[in-house]
Write a protein that binds this ligand. Structure first.
Ligand SMILES: Cc1ncc(COP(=O)(O)O)c(C=O)c1O
Length: 426
């Protein structure tokens, strides 16, 4: 077998082995949109002038500065419109991580204050809450059901007189499962508690209305919605006091010091416009259809597999599937070699695998969590991509199960020391 470069729709990722089956002769398929998405050409186009020619610091009072300021404020309007917020309630950040940090660390929680969060938050939220705990705050990490959702009753029961902040995400990054944000918002309002929600994985995938949700703080990220990496925003409801994390100039009304990334923010604004248009043009229905086709076909073709979390209450682009009897990281590596980029239910360093805290919180055993794969599609995913992925996943799981059966037979039941396998059930 020789090697050949397969023309790809995305960047050519290198030599791919020529295989006999023509269906495998496709290319590489990117199904990891929850990690990042590609910049849309329209977004790139609006950024170029600010990268190449239009130099100006939005804090300068001369013509160039005023032009940069106008571009900045236009993008602020575009982002505000996506969230049904006021322009002055949008603080631009370097991404979702900074927005989560600013919301949680900036919420003026004194030592002794109580915070309610969930056990399935992104580490950008969880680690910020842990930092507050080290500073003398107390935190409740709410459980989730097997469906991956927080129960609003648990939020209510966790309230204390000292509760200052509730931080619960809108959509989970691993399962795509949506949280009952409006009910949580109502509880927060009734009890005078600040409510932050991490909407990084929801923006552009479901409508977001800060009034309906009733949140005080809401985080989004540009690169999860076809905008540039290194851009994001925090919605801060008018009247909510926030301690800035960065000290310096008075940018962003004193809430985030530092010269603004004008080109990035302009691109983020355009991505927000496109995301808003996408909520109405039928593209999300198409996305859900493709995701469902992938999920249903994989479940049909592969025995001993199932979906993690709710299949109803979730964003339209994500499915998280467990596969019995395989080594999870080996499956990801094989899919990578076969041209399918996805991510798994564990973080592996030096051969040791930590199962996903999200899947563990949903009651999966470490073994099953490690054998889980997240498929996340984008608006650029095609039916052909999905067909290719179904084919390759079916092949890869089959091969790994065969290999596992053979080596089990020869090893006389001895477990391979490096295999990331674990008990199927607790
Ligand atoms: C739910 C969630 N919150 C926050 C982040 C962090 O966003 P960023 O990569 O923009 O820092 C991510 C990124 O994966 C995420 O999925």
């Amino acid at each position: 077998m020789g090697t050949r470069y397969i023309p790809a729709t995305g960047p050519n990722l290198g030599p791919v082995k020529v295989v006999r089956n023509l269906r495998q002769l496709k290319r590489s398929v990117y199904l990891d949109a929850n990690a990042t998405t590609a910049l849309l050409p329209e977004v790139y186009d609006v950024m170029v002038p600010y990268l190449l020619g239009e130099c100006g610091n939005a804090s300068s009072s001369h013509r160039h500065g005023r032009q940069a300021r106008a571009a900045l404020e236009n993008a602020r309007q575009q982002v505000a419109y996506l969230l049904n917020a006021n322009d002055s309630e949008i603080v631009f950040t370097s991404g979702g991580t900074e927005a989560d940090n600013l919301a949680i660390l900036g919420a003026q929680t004194e030592p002794g204050a109580h915070i309610i969060t969930s056990s399935i938050e992104h580490h950008a939220g969880l680690h910020a809450v842990e930092k507050l705990e080290r500073k003398g705050c107390e935190a409740t990490y709410l459980p989730v059901g097997a469906n991956g959702q927080v129960n609003p009753v648990d939020v209510f029961s966790a309230l204390r007189p000292s509760t200052r902040l509730i931080s619960i995400m809108l959509a989970n990054n691993e399962t795509g499962v949506l949280q009952p944000a409006e009910e949580i918002g109502r509880i927060a309002r009734e009890h005078g508690v600040l409510f932050h929600t991490d909407a990084v994985q929801a923006a552009g995938k479901v409508p977001i209305d800060v009034e309906r949700i009733g949140c005080d703080l809401l985080s989004i990220s540009g690169h999860k919605m076809h905008g540039p990496q290194g851009t994001g925003a925090l919605f801060v409801r008018r009247g909510v006091k926030l301690d800035p994390m960065f000290l310096g100039g008075m940018q962003e009304l004193g809430r985030r010091a530092g010269t603004e990334n004008i080109a990035g923010i302009v691109g983020f604004g355009e991505a927000a416009v496109l995301a808003r248009n996408g909520l109405k043009d039928g593209s999300l229905k198409k996305l859900a259809k493709l995701r469902d086709a992938l999920e249903n076909s994989v479940l049909l073709e592969v025995e001993d597999a199932g979906v993690n979390g709710s299949r109803n209450e979730r964003v339209p682009n994500t499915t998280n599937i467990w596969f019995g009897g395989i080594d999870g990281p080996a499956l990801l590596a094989m899919l990578d070699r076969m041209g399918v980029s996805v991510s798994g239910g564990s973080a592996c360093n030096s051969g040791a695998c930590e199962p996903s805290h999200v899947l563990i919180a949903m009651g999966l055993t470490p073994g099953r969590a490690i054998r889980s794969v997240r498929f996340s599609l984008s608006k650029q995913t095609t039916a052909e991509d999905v067909d290719f992925a179904i084919w390759q996943v079916t092949e890869a799981v089959g091969k790994l199960r065969e290999k596992e059966a053979t080596s089990r037979a020869t090893r006389n039941g001895q477990r391979h020391p490096k295999a990331c396998t674990g008990p199927e059930r607790a």
